[in-house]
Design a protein around this ligand. Structure first.
Ligand SMILES: [Zn+2]
Length: 194
C-alpha cells in the first residue's frame, strides 16, 4: 500500500493501468482477476500492473493490504455501503479468494466526513441499531469508528487500522465535498502494489 504523494510514486503510477469503479453504493466487491468489469464499489487483486482508483467526496475511501499474500483491496463506502457491510465483504473475499488472514490486514481509511459533519437526520430508518451507539450528539455519527468496528468484527486488528482523520468537508486539504458544495467533482484515492 502506498500513498500517491511523491514524484517517484507518480512515475510508478504512470506505468500501471488505472482500474476505475462504477460506484453505486453497493456491497459488491469484485476480484480483478475474474474479469475486466464493470466494477462496482470494491475491487481486490494481486496484480501489480494496475492501480485501483476510488473516487469520493465525503464517502470513505478504504484501502486494505495483506503484506503476507500481497493482496490489495479498494473500497468505496458511503453510508449505504456501510449499512450493507461492504468493508466486511472485502475482508471475507480477500480471505476466501487469496487466503488472506484478516488479523494481518492493514487498513487505511482516507479523507471523509468527520463526526462533526456526518449528520443523519433519518438515522432511525437508515442505520441499523448497531450504529446507534456511535451517535456523538443528536443526529451526528462517528462513521470512522463504525467502520473500525466493522473491520474488527471481520477479524482485523484495531492496531492495524489507520484512520487519516481528515474531513473532506472541514479539513484543510481543499477536498471536494458533496455535502458542502453539492459538487460533482470527486477526490481520488489511488492504491497499488509497488
Ligand atoms: Zn468535518
Amino acid at each position: 500500500m502506498k500513498h500517491f504523494c511523491s514524484s517517484s510514486d507518480a512515475a510508478l503510477m504512470g506505468q500501471k493501468s488505472p482500474i476505475h469503479m462504477h460506484q453505486v453504493h453497493s456491497d459488491v466487491v469484485d476480484v480483478l482477476e475474474d474479469g475486466m468489469g464493470p466494477f462496482q464499489d470494491g475491487v481486490i487483486t494481486q496484480r501489480r500492473d494496475v492501480a485501483l482508483v476510488i473516487r469520493h467526496a465525503d464517502c470513505q475511501p478504504i484501502v486494505l493490504y495483506d503484506p503476507g499474500r500481497e493482496v490489495l483491496g479498494a473500497v468505496h463506502a458511503g453510508w449505504r455501503g456501510m449499512v450493507s457491510g461492504i468493508v466486511q465483504v472485502a475482508v471475507r473475499k480477500m480471505e476466501s479468494r487469496f487466503g488472506s488472514d484478516p488479523s494481518r490486514l492493514e487498513v487505511h481509511i482516507g479523507p471523509s466526513l468527520c463526526p462533526n459533519h456526518a449528520e443523519f437526520k433519518n438515522f432511525l430508518t437508515e442505520f441499523p441499531p448497531a450504529f446507534h451507539p456511535f451517535q456523538i450528539r443528536p443526529h451526528y455519527f462517528d462513521l470512522w469508528a463504525i467502520t473500525k468496528m466493522q473491520l474488527v468484527e471481520a477479524g482485523v486488528h484495531l492496531h492495524n487500522i489507520r484512520v487519516e482523520r481528515v474531513c473532506t468537508l472541514c479539513g484543510s486539504g481543499n477536498f471536494f465535498s458533496f455535502r458542502r458544495d453539492k459538487t460533482k467533482e470527486r477526490n481520488v484515492t489511488v492504491a497499488f502494489l509497488g
